[in-house]
Ligand binder design. Structure first.
Ligand code: BES
Ligand code: MN
Ligand code: ZN
Length: 488
């Protein structure tokens, strides 16, 4: 599986610049003093860098954007990338500048001159995130990526600041790999095995198999998976780095492939439903990060792993299933399966762990994409305080999130003639009625957020910190939330 690039932090050796091969990146901001590294490169290139920075084109760059000088005379390097970055850049600008370097980084070496910049660690973080590549299934010769060195004034201090960020990058990569993986590879069993592998990091991982789920009464979850050859599973991952307080729970929808079931989806675009385990992927990535950085918090991650297939044994529209909570559900549309999976996992999480709060993530509805596009995930909550804390963590990490309304009038759309509720509430406000369905499985005193990540888990074009494909949206925000809420 792709791992983040190892990044070395060193002091700058000015005398080595002329002979450095590969790529060099250097920071500049018009009308601000330049660094010693910049001035050395400028002398070696007979003023090419200073002319570039003084140019109109450079003046039009936004902070974090880059200009490239190819095969500069006077240097061995094949390119110098000049990153526009003011001295007082914010986190997002610094990560964006790093991402420009990470995007261009190939099989050669890259040297980033970041001496004296306060956000050097964030530059490295952005670089690592953007250098992600999912090439597991490409055959042919794979040349290893070149080494990356970031020259800084105080290497020990920057390396210390960068260590927890490297743990976050690894969590993000874990999530992206899971989401990018096709469904013939990432079956429910393969997914569970990958999670079990995190035992090595000090996580307690349990896999609940179908007979156990049946004993627990998880009829809603089991109904979704009953048409698949892959067995349904619930995986529980515990990280107990805190004291003896109740854990915070993260719950993920892990539909490894969503055909829609008997309410089958149209063929066009169905291949994208390999990402329908995105919620579970984010939960897994966060748990990995927490373990890697030995977070001082108690967090439990629970994922419901199922495959939604049409088959002779598959659930039918009109079937009535009984959830672990005891409420019965009329399955009007077998394609509204994520909420059925989450209903039982949410209930199990509360019964077993009595969590201090919980956040679930799911690629739950197409309707959230209609509402918010791909820029923001939908946030639904029964608790203003937890919701505000999540939104501020997401904002700090540059992950788009927008609160959506809830209310009794939406809940009323779920009324069923023959059971306690239907699994769909009609087309109008479809993301909201889905959230109302979940809310029925949340105990009134448990602070809860539901994040509908259908629009943000996977993108068709490159974003600032990721190539097209899986983004890992949410890992950074949730890690930040846990840090801010439990670790200080
Ligand atoms: N997994 C889909 C939602 C989805 C759509 C995720 C597009 C990512 C991209 C979900 O299970 C689903 O099929 N939802 C239905 C619900 C409807 C039947 C009420 C939808 O959104 O159409
Ligand atoms: Mn579906
Ligand atoms: Zn789905």
């Amino acid at each position: 599986m792709p791992q983040p690039l190892p990044i070395q932090f060193l002091s700058l050796d000015l005398d080595a610049l002329a002979g450095a091969t590969g790529r060099i990146a250097v920071l500049a901001e018009p009308d601000q003093p330049t660094s010693a590294g910049f001035r050395k490169l400028d002398r070696l290139t007979r003023g090419a860098l200073a002319r570039a920075v003084a140019s109109e084109a450079f003046g039009k760059l936004k902070p974090g954007e880059a200009m490239e000088l190819a095969w500069p005379a006077g240097l061995q390097a094949e390119a110098v990338q000049i990153l526009r970055l003011p001295k007082r850049a914010d986190v997002a600008q610094a990560r964006k500048a790093g991402a420009a370097v990470g995007k261009a980084h190939g099989t050669g070496a890259t040297l980033v001159l970041a001496e004296g910049h306060a956000r050097a660690a964030d530059i490295a973080f952005g670089l690592a995130l953007r250098a992600y590549e999912f090439d597991t299934h490409k055959t042919g010769e794979k040349k290893p990526r070149g080494p990356v060195t970031v020259a800084v004034t105080n290497p020990e201090a920057v390396a210390r600041a960068a260590a927890p960020m490297a743990a976050v990058a690894e969590g993000v990569f874990f999530t992206r790999d899971l989401v990018n993986e096709p469904a013939n590879v990432l079956t429910t069993s393969d997914f569970a095995a990958r999670l079990a592998g995190m035992h090595e990091l000090g996580l307690q991982v349990e896999i609940l198999e179908e007979d156990e789920l049946r004993r627990l009464g998880m009829g809603a979850l089991l109904g979704v998976g009953q048409g698949s050859e892959s067995p349904s599973k619930v995986v529980v991952m515990q990280w107990n780095g805190g004291g003896d307080e109740a854990p915070f729970a993260l719950i993920g929808k892990g539909v490894v492939f969503d055909t829609g079931g008997i309410s089958i989806k149209p063929a066009a675009g169905m291949e994208d439903m390999t990402m329908d385990m995105g919620g579970a992927g984010v939960v897994a990535g966060v748990m990995r990060t927490l373990a890697l950085r030995k977070a001082k918090a108690n967090v439990v991650g629970l994922v419901g792993l199922v495959e939604n297939m049409p088959d002779g044994r598959a659930q039918r529209p009109g079937d009535v299933v009984r959830s672990m909570k005891g409420d019965t559900i009329e399955v009007i549309n077998t394609d509204a399966e994520g909420r059925l999976v989450l209903a039982d996992v949410l209930w199990y999480a509360q019964e077993r762990f009595k969590p201090s709060g919980m956040i679930n993530l799911a690629t739950l509805t197409g309707a959230i994409i209609i509402a918010l596009g791909h820029e923001n995930a939908g946030v639904f909550s029964n608790n203003d305080e937890l919701c505000a804390a999540f939104l501020s963590a997401a904002k700090a990490e540059g992950e788009g999130a927008w609160r959506m309304p809830m209310g009794d009038a939406y809940d009323a759309k779920l009324k069923s003639r023959i059971a306690d509720m239907m699994n769909v509430g009609g087309r109008d406000g479809g993301a909201i009625t889905a959230a109302q369905f979940l809310a029925r499985f949340v105990k009134p005193d448990v602070p809860w957020c539901h994040l509908d990540i259908a629009g943000t888990a996977l993108l068709k074009s490159d974003s600032t910190l990721a190539p097209k494909g899986a983004t890992g949206w949410g890992v950074m925000a949730l890690d930040r939330l846990i840090r801010d809420r439990f670790e200080r």
